[in-house]
Design a protein around this ligand. Structure first.
Ligand code: MG
Length: 160
């Protein structure tokens, strides 16, 4: 068993769609970034890459590369999952915490889990997404940013 951790944060700004866990959410602000800035998927990618010993998302998809401008992070996640599988790993479980003051995610978490499980080709029971506010503290608490922490467990490489 290999364990990986991922963290990401993006600013909330006007004029961008809010996409979290591959799901578009109706909200007046969206996350700023080179891709669609899906902070949850980026943290999942880093946790998967970390567990597999494959570096980080910036190494595989540099934000200086025009190919990734505006790209759906679902596409990045598919590519990360195939790199991880190519190393002989299979996904055990994914546990995520999204930290945001607004909007409320309770009614959307099921959709995000379904979407991500489908993208990764894993069962719904293998992915768990939680949401918490920042109690009004700091930039996240002021609604200026959304962050995500993710821990992933991979089953061992056949190469070992
Ligand atoms: Mg990011």
């Amino acid at each position: 068993m290999k364990v990986g951790i991922g963290y990401d944060i993006h600013r909330l700004v006007e004029g961008r769609k809010l996409i979290l866990g591959g799901v578009e959410i109706d909200y007046p602000l969206g996350l700023l970034g080179h891709s669609d800035a899906d902070v949850l998927i980026h943290a999942i990618c880093d946790a998967l890459l970390g567990a597999a010993g494959l570096g980080d998302i910036g190494r595989h998809f540099p934000d200086t590369d025009e190919r990734y401008r505006g790209i759906s992070s679902v596409e990045l996640l598919k590519e990360v999952a195939s790199k991880v599988r190519a190393e002989g790993f299979s996904i055990g479980n994914i546990d995520a915490t999204v930290i945001l003051q607004m909007p409320r995610l309770a009614s959307i978490i099921c959709l995000m889990e379904e979407e991500l499980a489908a993208v990764l080709g894993i069962g719904r029971e293998q992915i768990n997404i939680k949401a918490t506010t920042n109690e009004g503290l700091d930039s996240i608490g002021r609604g200026e940013a959304i962050a995500a922490w993710v821990v992933v467990g991979l089953f061992g490489s056949e190469k070992e």
